[in-house]
Design a protein around this ligand. Structure first.
Ligand SMILES: Nc1ncnc2c1ncn2[C@@H]1O[C@H](COP(=O)(O)OP(=O)(O)OP(=O)(O)O)[C@@H](O)[C@H]1O
Ligand SMILES: [Mg+2]
Length: 312
């Protein structure tokens, strides 16, 4: 049995999501290990974001089961739960493919709003609870401490009072991760966190995600086209194509899997065997991945593999 299947945080079984005649996900099963980074990769339209939308309750799956099990043994059948309960009780947090911050609010405000549920609970949902009890004050102080911790962690403390919309793109992505972490999740789902980042920012993102996994014992589910991130930090990779799983394994296994190379990483025509391959991807992205004998080519509008240079 693979490492990630021994005591998985998340178990997806026979997940199917149809939109009318289109099967966006077809009979997908995979496990995401506790304290592991599991990457979900595949060409555009493969169904990756749809998987996140099913896990987080935004879509109700047509068929299948999504089981989340916390380390203390508490289990949740996510496919039966509403999205806000999934956030509050099952403790699943996510970031979005297109950044969704409150751009007119400061960084600190964005992180405080994310903790609104915990604060309301501490107030017993009454005005008396807010003004009258030490419990609310304590919860508010803890929430502020959490903000401080995550602002430091994502290197944004000096921008705490600036509007989120004023941040450069890469910093907004980090703030989204900080906001998700402020909710105290057990499973963190990141939808293309490296999109638009330059190589230095990607590198920082790698370090941040490894630290979240190791220092906070988190299970991370990562959708990403940037192979320097995927291959660099994933413990386990699941590859989708047209909504179906075509491979599931360690980065080393996935890199050389013929089905993955055919569907996603590209087709052979290498004249420099054994070398790292530099791949032209989308215009802003150039990818570098160690796939001997394979030149990675863009199959669809968006690109698998990423960067060497990129935006500075
Ligand atoms: N609400 C919806 N209604 C109809 N079709 C949808 C809906 N959501 C997703 N789809 C379709 O499901 C398929 C999978 O989409 P999805 O966004 O999950 O792909 P993806 O792997 O995340 O792609 P990308 O890498 O471009 O983000 C696509 O064909 C998409 O058009
Ligand atoms: Mg997507």
């Amino acid at each position: 049995m693979q490492d990630w299947s021994k005591d998985p945080e998340l178990r997806v079984q026979h997940l199917t999501m149809r939109f009318g005649g289109l099967t966006a996900i077809g009979d997908l099963s995979f496990d995401a290990g506790r304290k592991q980074i599991t990457a979900l990769i595949g060409p555009n339209g493969a169904g990756k974001t749809t998987v996140f939308n099913c896990i987080t309750g935004f879509y109700k799956p047509t068929e299948g089961m999504i089981n989340l099990r916390h380390a203390d043994g508490t289990e949740f059948m996510l496919e039966r739960m509403d999205d806000y309960i999934i956030t509050q009780k099952a403790k699943v947090a996510r970031t979005f493919q297109n950044i969704r911050l409150f751009s007119g609010m400061t960084l600190l405000e964005n992180l405080m709003v994310a903790q609104h549920n915990m604060l309301m609970k501490a107030s017993s949902y009454t005005i008396g609870g807010i003004f009258g009890s030490g419990k609310f004050k304590r919860a508010e102080n803890e929430a502020l401490e959490r903000c401080k911790y995550w602002l430091n962690k994502v290197n944004l403390m000096d921008r705490a009072d600036d509007p989120a919309g004023d941040l450069p793109y890469g910093a907004q992505r980090r703030l989204e991760i900080a906001r998700a972490m402020c909710t105290g999740p057990r499973l963190l789902c990141l939808d293309e966190p490296a999109a638009g980042l330059n190589p230095r920012e990607s590198d920082e993102l790698n370090k941040l995600l490894l630290s979240i996994r190791d220092d906070h014992n988190m299970a991370i589910l990562l959708i990403e086209h940037d192979m320097s991130v995927v291959m660099g930090i994933s413990d386990h990779i699941v590859v989708l194509d047209y909504g179906r799983k075509i491979a599931d394994g360690t980065p080393a296994q996935i890199k050389v899997d013929p089905a993955v190379i055919r569907a996603y990483l590209g087709v052979e025509e290498d004249e420099d065997p054994g070398e790292n391959i530099v791949v032209a991807a989308a215009p802003a992205k150039v990818a570098k991945v160690s796939v001997p004998r394979v030149v990675v080519q863009k199959r669809v509008a968006k690109k698998p593999v990423v960067k060497k240079g990129g935006r500075k």
